[in-house]
Design a protein. Structure first.
Length: 422
C-alpha cells in the first residue's frame, strides 16, 4: 500500500542541509543541519509504507522492552510533528505507535519506563543504535482528552474554577511521577554544570543577560523527564490524569544536555507551558492564581525534599532560574525556525536584569544579618558576660541578625509570582 510522502516537520526551517554526512544504520540517512549560529546532526528514516520497509529500518538496531513482531505487522499510517516521524502499526490485533527520535535522547528513556509507576503512559520498548535511542514504541491507548485542549478552553473562556482544577491535577500527576522514581537515582546538585549550561545558552544566543546561582543542596539530580507539556498530561474517561513520557524537544538536539537535572526543572517546563497558553489565549484570569494551583498540586505529591521551600528559594535560583533556562531554550528553537519572538520567553528574559538588581539590593539586608550575628557571638566569646547587663548588646545583635535574616528570606519572591510581574 503506497502512502503519501510525510513532510519532515521536525527539520528547523531556518537550517539548511550540509554536505557533511555521518555514519548511519541501514534504513536511515545521517543529515547535518547548519545555520549561522548552530548545527545539529539528525537521523532520518526512509519512508515506511510496508512491513519490508519496517524490517529494513530495524535490521541494524538493538531492541529493548516489548516491541511488535516485525514478521506479522502492517503499517497503518504515517504522520510527523516538530519532534519527529510517527508510524502507526498493527500487529496481532494490537495497535502500536512508533515514534522516531531524529536527534536521539538522553538515553534515560528505558530507565524512566522501568521505574515509573503503572499510571504513566510510557513506551513499552524501543530500538537503539550504538547505545542511542532511535525509536520508541507504545501500545495505543484511548483517552478522553489532554489537558492542553481542556486548559486552552478554560483560559479562553475565563473559567477560573475549571482552569485551577486542571492545573492542580496536572501538578499532582507530575509530582506522582517524581515520587515513583525517588528511590531510583539521586545524586548531589550539579551547580557547576547547570551554571555552565546557562552560560553556553547565553553565548549561543548572544544574550545580554547573565544569571548564575548558588543552587540549594536540596535541588538534587534525579531521573527527570527532560521536557513535559500539557499535551503530555492525558485525561481518561474516569477523569484520571496520566503523564505521558514523550520524545525530546528540538532544543535537546540543538544543545544536548550534558548533565542531570532536579525535579523542579520538570515543574518549570509545565509552568513555562502555562505561560505559553496564557499568552496564546490572552486569558483574563490571574496568572498568579493559576501558577499557584499548578505548584501546589506538584508539592502535594512530589517528594518533600525535592519540593521544599529551600528548593523554591529564589535567592538560590529557585523556580525562576529554571524558567529562565526554559525561555532560553524557547528562543533557541525560534531562532532555528525563524518563527519570531516566543512568549513569554522574551518577556521573562527582558526582566532578568531588573530581577537580579532587586535581589542584589536585598543582599544589603543579608550582610547586616551576618554582621549582627557575628558581632553578637564574637562579643560573647571575646568578653564572656559576668552580669546581665553584659548580655544586652550581644543579645540585641543576635536578635537583630535573626530578624534581618528572616526579612531577607521574605524578600525572596514567591514562586507563584511570575518574574514578569515583579
Amino acid at each position: 500500500m503506497d502512502m503519501a510522502v510525510v513532510e519532515n516537520l521536525w527539520r528547523p526551517s531556518a537550517m539548511r542541509v550540509s554536505e557533511t554526512k555521518g555514519d548511519s544504520p541501514s534504513g536511515f540517512n545521517s543529515i547535518r543541519l547548519v545555520s549561522n549560529r548552530m548545527s545539529m546532526d539528525i537521523l532520518e528514516s526512509i519512508s515506511i509504507n510496508s512491513k519490508e520497509d519496517w524490517i529494513s529500518v530495524i535490521v541494524d538496531l538493538d531492541f529493548w522492552g516489548d516491541v511488535p513482531d516485525p514478521n506479522i505487522l502492517e503499517i497503518i499510517s504515517q504522520s510527523s510533528n516538530e519532534r519527529g516521524l510517527s508510524v502507526k502499526i498493527k500487529s496481532s490485533e494490537i495497535e502500536w505507535l512508533a515514534e522516531f527520535l531524529p536527534w536521539g535522547s538522553d538515553n534515560r528513556i528505558e530507565s524512566r519506563v522501568v521505574n515509573s509507576h503503572l499510571s504513566v503512559d510510557k513506551p513499552c520498548g524501543g530500538y537503539r543504535w550504538k547505545e542511542q535511542d532511535i525509536i520508541i514504541l507504545r501500545k495505543i491507548k484511548i483517552y478522553q482528552s489532554n489537558t492542553n485542549d481542556d486548559l486552552i478552553k478554560a483560559l479562553s473562556e475565563g473559567n477560573k474554577e475549571i482552569a485551577i482544577d486542571i492545573l492542580y491535577n496536572s501538578g499532582k500527576s507530575l509530582g506522582s511521577y517524581h515520587s515513583s522514581v525517588e528511590s531510583v537515582r539521586e545524586t548531589p546538585m550539579d551547580q557547576k554544570r547547570w551554571n555552565k549550561r546557562l552560560l553556553d545558552l547565553e553565548e549561543k544566543l548572544s544574550a545580554n543577560t547573565i544569571w548564575r546561582a548558588p543552587f540549594s543542596r536540596k535541588a538534587t539530580c534525579m531521573l527527570s523527564l527532560g521536557d513535559v507539556r500539557f499535551t503530555d498530561i492525558l485525561v481518561s474517561e474516569g477523569n484520571e490524569y496520566s503523564l505521558r513520557i514523550s520524545p525530546p524537544r528540538l532544543a535537546d538536539g540543538l544543545y544536548k544536555p550534558v548533565c542531570e537535572f532536579p525535579a523542579i526543572r520538570d515543574l518549570s517546563c509545565l509552568v513555562q507551558d502555562l505561560g505559553r497558553l496564557f499568552h496564546k489565549t490572552k486569558s483574563p484570569l490571574d496568572i498568579t492564581d493559576l501558577r499557584k494551583s499548578l505548584i501546589e498540586g506538584w508539592i502535594d505529591t512530589a517528594p518533600s525534599s525535592w519540593s521544599s521551600p529551600d528548593v523554591f528559594y529564589a535567592h538560590r535560583g529557585g523556580l525562576a532560574i529554571w524558567e529562565y533556562e526554559q525561555s532560553l531554550l524557547d528562543v533557541l528553537e525560534s531562532t532555528a525556525n525563524q518563527s519570531g519572538p516566543p512568549s513569554p520567553a522574551v518577556q521573562i528574559i527582558s526582566k532578568v536584569i531588573p530581577f537580579q538588581k532587586s535581589m542584589y539590593n536585598s543582599r544589603t539586608i543579608a550582610a547586616l544579618s551576618v554582621i549582627s550575628i557575628f558581632l553578637g557571638i564574637s562579643t560573647v566569646i571575646n568578653n564572656p558576660p559576668t552580669s546581665f547587663s553584659d548580655t544586652v548588646i550581644p543579645s540585641f545583635c543576635i536578635i537583630l541578625g535573626y530578624f534581618t535574616h528572616s526579612l531577607y528570606r521574605k524578600l525572596s519572591p514567591p514562586p507563584e509570582k511570575p518574574i514578569t510581574d515583579l
